[in-house]
Write a protein that binds this ligand. Structure first.
Ligand code: ZN
Length: 173
């Protein structure tokens, strides 16, 4: 969402070509330029010893009533790895150990003028009891071949899990 007022002096912002030639919100009173950058979401494919992974039922929009991987936005005072561990614990009650970086996904909705980045890790569950929390209202464990794309709230999670299923199928063959 575009900011309307200058965070430094409170004057109304205008869309202008900034010095780097991008059109950006600029404050005509004090010259402050607003650089809009995408938020970074971080999540995990949290695997149990039996190969099943944790999905969370979303209690909030976007995607309310649909399932997703435990994931959320990185805070200003943490690293990507810390965000992954925190989000997993908040949404599932599970403690995990990060193994591999599974991938980085991004999207850009031109009409909505938004973009975002999702960083996903594969993680091993090492403790805790499953319980929903934060913006998740249920936790369940599913095997790779049990996951239906229709359940999932986000295309990035669908893509990440499609690749995960393919890799698991290949390693079982
Ligand atoms: Zn200003």
């Amino acid at each position: 969402m575009q900011p309307k007022f200058c965070a430094r002096c409170g004057h109304a912002l205008e869309m202008r070509q900034a010095e780097d030639h991008h059109v950006r919100p600029v404050c005509p009173a004090c010259g402050y330029v607003v650089y809009l950058n995408p938020p970074i979401a971080v999540g995990v494919i949290a695997e149990r010893a039996d190969g099943k992974i944790a999905l969370v039922l979303r209690g909030e929009n976007p995607g309310k009533g649909l399932w997703g991987l435990p994931a959320g936005f990185m805070e200003i005072d943490e690293t990507v790895e810390q965000a992954a561990l925190r989000e997993c614990f908040e949404e599932t009650g599970l403690t995990v150990e990060l193994r591999d970086l599974w991938g980085v996904w991004s999207f850009n909705h031109k009409e909505k003028q938004t973009s975002g980045v999702l960083v996903l890790y594969v993680a091993r569950i090492i403790g805790g009891e499953p319980r929903a929390g934060s913006d998740s209202v249920a936790v369940k464990f599913v095997a790779p071949d049990e996951i239906s794309d229709d359940w999932l709230a986000f295309s990035t999670h669908r893509e990440a899990l499609a690749r995960w299923r393919k890799q698991r199928a290949a390693s079982d063959a």
